[in-house]
Write a protein that binds this ligand. Structure first.
Ligand code: SAM
Length: 213
């Protein structure tokens, strides 16, 4: 993600606590208070400019969604989308995914989406990959039993690494496509990165995995 510094971003975020949740640690274990219903919660970790999560929330009003993005200069683009769409079932969190356990507890989340996560190709950066085993543990600790991770990327190296990481962790592979846009998979919602990389001719890899307990 190319980052342009936006000195106004913090103030803009703080002016919209109804969309980017302020003090999210207060809602650990009680996110239904924010959404004022008991619908399942699906989160996207590394939501970027928010196209995927906004379109998902429009398409599935029966699900609550949350887009999680670490950089304030990036999340403001997702905020603009949400202000325009004004969806009751979508909120954003401006936090680092490595702190997810500060904001969620076991059973808070029903599904995790990882879309075009930063590949961190150098071995010494393996721990930063959002499919590294420590992250898989973090997701397990906030998901319901048999919770799911849905992952897509155009990066073959990250995809292969992630399949191995999922398998070593004991996750069950329930869907696999090595060329999503040429597959029969229906209902795909493109992310910003997906649009850009598929227009460049890159193949999109996608899988779904499930915790066994
Ligand atoms: N998912 C979007 C898409 O497909 O268009 C954005 C993909 S972009 C390559 C990855 C995003 O993940 C960036 O916006 C980055 O800031 C965010 N990100 C990376 N590590 C993160 C972390 N630890 N916590 C929250 N967001 C993170």
């Amino acid at each position: 993600m190319r980052l342009r510094n936006k000195p106004w971003a913090r103030e803009y975020i703080e002016a919209h606590p109804q969309y980017i949740v302020a003090n999210p640690e207060n809602y650990k274990g009680k996110w239904h208070e924010v959404f004022t219903n008991q619908q399942p919660l699906h989160i996207e970790v590394g939501t970027g400019k928010g196209r995927f999560i906004t379109e998902m929330a429009k398409a599935h009003p029966e699900i609550n969604y949350m887009g999680i993005e670490i950089y304030d200069s990036v999340i403001v683009a997702a905020l603009d989308r949400l202000i325009e769409a004004d969806l009751p079932n979508l909120r954003l969190l401006n936090v680092d995914a490595s702190d997810l356990n500060k904001y969620f507890e076991k059973n808070d989340v029903d599904r995790v989406y990882l879309n075009f996560s930063d590949p961190w190709p150098k071995t010494r950066h393996e721990k930063r990959r959002l499919t590294y085993k420590d992250y898989l543990k973090l997701y397990e600790n906030i998901l319901v039993n048999k919770g799911e991770i849905h992952f897509k990327t155009d990066n073959q190296g990250l995809f292969e690494y992630s399949l191995k990481s999922f398998s070593e962790y004991g996750l069950l592979l329930t869907f696999l496509s090595l060329d999503l846009h040429k597959s029969e998979y229906e209902g795909n919602i493109m992310t910003e990165y997906e649009q850009k990389f598929s227009e460049m001719g890159n193949r999109i890899y996608r899988c779904e995995v499930k915790y066994q307990n």
